[in-house]
Write a new protein. Structure first.
Length: 205
């Protein structure tokens, strides 16, 4: 019984410090699968998916799912709607995490968080990538300017009204300078689509 209490205490202490915990991480701190199952059965923790747990009343950082994707698919890059939301350019929170992979890469098989996979050719895949620390994980995310260019370049994936909203917000909040946005649009094949909106939003008249 003391061992059960010790494992349970370790489990709950770890869960209190982490938005999402993986079974492998819990095992590394000495929490057995039996202790995890018992905590789930008692309602102390919730099972989100295979090997993933959180506290029932946890206030999950909206970006915690990005960190989990980075752990499970380290080569994937957060893109389009998820990148735009991360940079605070849109109020629309995607129900899936949008990730970019190469044209011939294997698509990650991830049950949680749900993902939306987009295949990018070069140079669209490798350029404009930033790294950010999110809940302790290093996450690869396209820059604000690159993400806006991608949104304009992919109207079938991102509605034009959303792309324009993000462009306006980037200018208003100074997430990216007009010259930086123009350079990204030219570099990533979106200048024709973005130019009239950028000129209208930066016009003095």
């Amino acid at each position: 019984m003391p061992q059960r209490a010790t494992e349970h205490d370790q489990l709950m202490a770890y869960m209190a410090e982490h938005a999402i915990a993986r079974a492998r991480e819990l095992k590394e701190i000495g929490v057995s699968a039996t202790a995890i199952s018992r905590a789930v059965a008692d309602g102390d923790i919730l099972r989100l998916g295979r090997g993933l747990y959180q506290l029932p009343d946890a206030e999950i950082d909206a970006n915690a799912s990005l960190a989990e994707i980075a752990k499970r698919a380290p080569n994937a890059i957060i893109c389009l709607m998820s990148a735009l939301a991360y940079h605070g350019l849109t109020d629309q929170l995607p129900r899936k995490v949008w990730i970019a992979i190469g044209a011939k890469d294997w698509e990650p098989k991830i049950s949680y968080p749900k993902i939306r996979t987009v295949r990018f050719r070069e140079p669209y895949l490798s350029e404009g990538v930033e790294t950010h620390k999110v809940t302790g994980a290093t996450v690869k995310i396209y820059s604000a300017a690159k993400s806006i260019a991608d949104a304009f370049r992919n109207p079938k994936l991102v509605d034009r009204s959303v792309a324009v909203e993000c462009l306006r917000n980037a200018l208003d909040e100074k997430n990216a300078r007009p010259a930086e946005l123009a350079d990204a649009a030219r570099a990533y094949g979106a200048w024709t689509q973005m130019r009239p909106y950028l000129e209208a939003l930066t016009s003095n008249g």
